[in-house]
Design a protein around this ligand. Structure first.
Ligand SMILES: Nc1ncnc2c1ncn2[C@@H]1O[C@H](COP(=O)(O)OP(=O)(O)OP(=O)(O)O)[C@@H](O)[C@H]1O
Length: 489
């Protein structure tokens, strides 16, 4: 088959990955590579593709094999669907259900969190997903808001099975001993002894709940040399973040974040708890919020319900007709583009359906002239994007100057991508990237976390945003739509 990808090489265009499937944007970055969005130019179907550079890390191949092995066993609405994998040279490609709502992490406002009603909804879905995993004998071992994705209907999906393992097989359960996870979310027993799988995941869910209700993490690490943790153990709840959380939620957290795993609440007990069952008053239904955002922007409301505003998801073997991807196949017939997309996408010459839709969102009109109702529209408050009123070059220049003033270390490896390095509040490495996109009528600065604490990343983002005030659009008419849409790059 002709390698169509060659046609689209170049940093200023959308790249066709395999025939009919365009690589639109980078969705995120992980330890072993990037996650890209693939869209079928004809049908609009969307797929997330995890690209793993097997040569980059010594243990990448083994880790990925295990991840695939676990993930392909799972089939539940609360879990990101696994479609298949493909290997090509040094790269492994994993095809996954696309979660167009982004990360749960993006819904948490630093130091604030989110309304209880929303936190409860996400927590219920998280617990349902974890319950399914445990019923299949799988422990996730890295539950945190960055690994909890949201679909077009704002439903939570557990993702990233890189640390997952089987703890129960044919009715026989084993204790785990691998110390893995992310320190602030990890259960205390994981750090010091063999541990039971289920209570350890449940603990991490509790920390996610704290992050949702308070917008901050309760401790750096649950060990006795961390004063914030020891004070929790001693039931001292008269300080932050506990003072931000209401009594009923706190009473649940006391049981979920119970240091002794044997005394910790089980999923059954969590679901029976009053806070879990309480009917909180809705602030405003999502669909109403969607309409009011549109009205705020001076635009006509969408014709369809928010629940329909998504890409459709292909079934297994979504390349059928050209190149089927079976879950355990390695298929080299179609050469994936080795040159993964560069930065500085330009949408000035839309050649694909996606480009038109992207532009239509910004212009509030679809190519056919109808008002906002494209299936790509998603109401996602991505808080780490900015719109500049200057050119790409000026935006980068200004950003670089401000980064120097603020004392950051930064580099430009790829044109249009500024990589910023610093330390988080725990003195751990924090790396994030600012990618500058030319959107024809405006310049978009998209900040994304590469490594480190997500909440600290947001704090740094706000400091940088403040310094960039001079070059930012204050209130463009289309901005609430643009920011609210996860479909722009
Ligand atoms: N299916 C998906 N749909 C949309 N975005 C996704 C999807 N999968 C991953 N992402 C984005 O890419 C990011 C990195 O993905 P993921 O965590 O799976 O990679 P990883 O290499 O396993 O990362 P980690 O370093 O956490 O192990 C996610 O946090 C998310 O923002």
């Amino acid at each position: 088959m002709e390698d169509q990808s060659k046609k689209y090489e170049g940093k200023n265009s959308v790249i066709e990955f395999v025939e009919g499937w365009d690589m639109i944007q980078t969705l995120g970055e992980g330890a072993f590579g990037e996650v890209k969005l693939l869209v079928n130019a004809k049908t609009g179907e969307a797929v997330a593709m995890k690209v793993i550079d097997l040569k980059k890390h010594a243990n990448a191949a083994e880790t990925v094999k295990k991840e695939v092995c676990v993930h392909r066993m799972l089939n539940d609405p609360g879990i990101i669907r696994f479609y298949g994998r493909r290997e090509n040279g040094n790269f492994e490609f994993i095809f996954l259900e696309y979660a167009s709502g982004g990360e749960l992490f993006d819904r948490i406002e630093p130091d604030v969190g989110m309304p209880q009603v929303e936190a409860q909804r996400y927590f219920k879905q998280l617990i349902a997903g974890v319950s399914y995993l445990h019923s299949r004998g799988i422990a996730h071992r890295d539950i945190k808001p960055e690994n909890l994705l949201l679909d077009a209907n704002d439903n939570l999906k557990i993702s990233d099975f890189g640390m997952a393992t089987v703890f129960r097989f044919q009715g026989r359960e084993r204790h785990l001993d691998k110390r893995c996870g992310t320190l602030p979310y990890i259960a205390p027993e994981v750090l010091c002894r063999k541990y039971a799988a289920e209570p350890a995941d449940i603990w991490s869910c509790g920390v996610v709940l704290v992050a949702m209700l308070a917008g901050e993490l309760p401790w750096d690490v649950p060990s006795n040399d961390c004063p914030l943790y020891t004070s929790w153990k001693e039931c001292q709840i008269t300080r932050l973040p506990w003072t931000k959380i209401d009594t009923l939620a706190l009473s649940l957290l006391r049981k979920v974040l119970m240091p002794l795993p044997g005394k910790r609440y089980t999923i059954q007990q969590i679901t029976n708890h009053q806070w879990f069952q309480k009917k909180f008053k809705e602030n405003m239904p999502v669909s109403k919020r969607l309409c009011s955002d549109v009205v705020d922007a001076g635009l006509s409301p969408p014709s369809s319900d928010a629940t329909h505003l998504s890409y459709s998801q292909p079934g297994l073997g979504f390349f059928s007709g050209s190149q089927p991807v079976h879950q355990n196949d390695t298929n080299d017939d179609q050469e994936p583009n080795k040159h993964l997309p560069g930065a500085m996408f330009s949408f000035s010459q839309p050649a694909h359906i996606d480009d038109m839709l992207l532009n239509s969102q910004l212009n509030t009109q679809t190519a056919s002239g109808s008002s906002i109702s494209s299936p790509l529209q998603r109401l996602v408050k991505r808080m780490t994007r900015l719109v500049a009123k200057v050119s790409c070059e000026e935006a980068i220049k200004h950003l670089s100057q401000q980064l120097i003033k603020l004392g950051y270390t930064w580099k430009i490896h790829t044109p249009g991508v500024v990589t910023i390095s610093t330390q988080d509040r725990r003195k751990m490495q924090l790396v994030f990237k600012a990618t500058v996109y030319d959107m024809q009528t405006m310049v978009l600065l998209d900040f994304r976390l590469s490594r480190g604490c997500g909440l600290d990343f947001k704090r740094h983002f706000l400091a940088i945003k403040h310094k960039l005030a001079d070059i930012l659009c204050s209130a463009p008419v289309t901005w609430s739509i643009a920011t609210a849409t996860n479909s722009i790059p």
